[in-house]
Design a protein around this ligand. Structure first.
Ligand SMILES: *Cc1c(COP(=O)(O)O)cnc(C)c1O
Length: 396
């Protein structure tokens, strides 16, 4: 839109911003980068009306709304908020639901940075936090307090792949008048939908399985309209909203999530079985294996598969574990999980700054413990890669 009457300084600000064609039926949604939409009428400046809803991108953005709709659909929740990261989702949800004097009862086996959020930030503002063993329902019962406001857990605990009986936890929490917040990143809605098992809020690091390609950071909060409204008010002030570009990529990734996840779950189960039979492996942690201590619980709450995370134990020799990592040809050592390619992690290295070697051992994170995030490769290629690399270890 060049106008001869205007200065070039002004023209450059306006040209190219009007679409040349009426593009009305794109096969994929456009990316709404615009941080604001023009308010054409005074009455449009109204958050509730559709015209005004998108007046500012942190408040509402069509790409973010698209992701929220998809996550709500998969989790069978009424509404969702889409955040800039899993940690933005967790901090926004939890900060919105507690006040000074409240107590949070959390599983001791939750994501490390969630523990740091609780201990380093929430405690400073007078929120009391205690941790207990959520695989033992009596320990949860004993740890509840009259001021417990949130019971916080994951369903599959890292890195020992322990399973939490979410139905029992939710029942106890609700009887004590507390809300149940579940981080379901490891499980995904294809293994379990926590809201159907009594959770009030489910959070995800969308960075992992939803994104699925190790190229987008994001998070989500899903729950009833009432709770999401309450959290949404703070979401505006805390400001951890996902940017439109990442939201567009996220929705694209979610389209094929089930296809990826089905293969990943299947590969995890086959890997668990094959590794258990390998002479170099001492044991495998995967709840679909009949020998897993919580196999029956897992089969009851996750009948369609127990996720794509597993871990296994070899001899406790740090340099051999390192050699094993080098010897793997396809599988890479990554500080993330949930991607379409199989990756491994070494918990004793990941947690070496947080815990002493003695404490790590007590927690089951021995030098010989290796975690796998199963990808979507052909199983034969995957197991062949593990088998040839496992020969660095002594047979059991
Ligand atoms: C990665 C992860 C998070 C944090 O998510 P970010 O997107 O990295 O902020 C939280 N919980 C679990 C279980 C995770 O794996």
């Amino acid at each position: 839109m060049e106008t001869k009457q205007l200065s070039s300084k002004t023209n450059i600000l306006y040209m190219g911003s009007e679409p040349k064609l009426p593009i009305e039926h794109p096969e994929t949604p456009p990316i709404y980068h615009s941080t604001a939409n023009i308010i054409r009428d005074m009455d449009d400046y109204d958050f509730a009306s559709s015209g005004g809803k998108y007046y500012y991108s942190r408040t509402a953005n069509p790409n973010r709304d698209g992701v929220a709709e998809a996550v709500s659909y998969l989790e069978k929740g009424e509404q969702s908020l889409v955040c800039a990261s899993g940690m933005a989702a967790i901090s926004t949800a939890v900060l919105s639901l507690v006040k000074a004097g409240d107590h949070i009862l959390a599983s001791r086996s939750i994501y490390g940075e969630t523990i740091e959020l609780f201990d380093n930030i929430l405690k400073k503002f007078g929120v009391e936090i205690t941790y207990s063993d959520f695989t033992d329902i009596d320990s949860v019962r004993m740890a509840l307090q009259p001021n417990t406001r949130i019971v916080y857990t994951e369903i599959i605990a890292n890195p020992l792949i322990e399973v939490v009986d979410i139905d029992a936890v939710a029942e106890l929490a609700h009887r004590a008048g507390a809300l149940v917040v579940v981080d379901s990143t490891f499980t995904t809605p294809f293994a379990i939908r926590p809201l159907e098992h009594g959770a009030d809020i489910v959070v995800h690091s969308l960075t992992k399985y939803f994104g699925g390609h190790s190229d987008i950071t994001g998070g989500s909060i899903t729950g009833s309209e009432k709770l999401i409204k309450k959290i949404g008010a703070n979401f505006l002030f805390l400001g951890g909203c996902l940017d439109p570009n990442s939201a567009w990529l996220m929705l694209r990734s979610i389209r094929t999530m089930e296809l990826r996840i089905n293969r990943q779950f299947e590969n995890a189960k086959k890997l668990a079985e094959a590794l258990q039979a390998d002479p170099h492996v001492q044991y495998v942690n995967y709840p679909a294996l009949p020998g897993h201590p919580q196999h029956r619980l897992a089969a009851r709450i996750m009948p369609n598969g127990c996720g794509a995370m597993l871990s296994f134990r070899v001899e406790d020799d740090r340099s051999k574990v390192n050699e094993f990592m080098h010897k793997l040809k396809l599988v890479k050592y990554l500080g993330t999980l949930g991607g379409y390619r199989t990756s491994i992690a070494h918990p004793a290295t990941a947690f070496r700054h947080e815990f002493t070697p003695q404490k790590l051992k007590e927690m089951g994170m021995e030098e010989g413990l290796i975690r796998i995030s199963a990808g979507a490769e052909a199983f034969e290629d995957l197991i062949a890669d593990f088998k040839q690399a496992l020969t660095v270890f002594k047979p059991v």
